[in-house]
Design a protein around this ligand. Sequence first.
Ligand code: HEM
Length: 173
Amino acid sequence: MKGTIVIALQDLVKNKFGQENWTDILKKSNLPEDNVFYSHYDIDDKIVMTLLQNTCEVLNMTLEQTAEVYGNYWMNEYAPKKYFAFFVRKKTAKEFLLEMNRLHSKITNKIKNARPPKFEFEELEDNKIIMSYYSARNLELIWIGLIKGVGTYFNEDIKIKKLGRSKVELTFS
Ligand code: HEM
């Protein structure tokens, strides 16, 4: 997975939970303490999953809690600075989410091995959509955490109703 995903995790842990926790996570993951990740490089999915799992262990949080904190950090602190171009002109959470296929393929089209997630949308009403998530990585909890982060960014309350493992109904208000 693209290095930026791990850099956001690293920044989140360092800034919100302290450098020593990130050092512990690296050690537990058998990576050197001074390990440097590059945003545009591909990092083996196994390493990403190990780092995520060890983040949960070191911070004593469930994957669901980590996913929520990560989604919030990505959408409200990391991405608006690093990927500001995707945020201009977007006025609502729904509008932003409907762009996610285009954004992910655009941002990964030059990266070797990138396999960005895919989404399917069904618009039920003006403020209600069904969103499905497709990825062999099965990071459903991260997906939900990011949807919540989108709600926070646009200052909207998004009601999330699970319709299946990777299918949700979203109501925007
Ligand atoms: C400006 C906003 C965003 C940017 C720049 C962005 C970019 C990326 C990039 C570069 C990856 C790594 C893909 C790869 O290496 O294959 C990724 C992964 C992912 N993104 Fe986003 N993303 C954004 C917002 C979102 C949002 C709002 C959602 C959910 C609604 C989302 C869902 C995911 C998931 C679940 C993954 C993990 C990979 C997987 O499941 O296969 N992203 N994103």
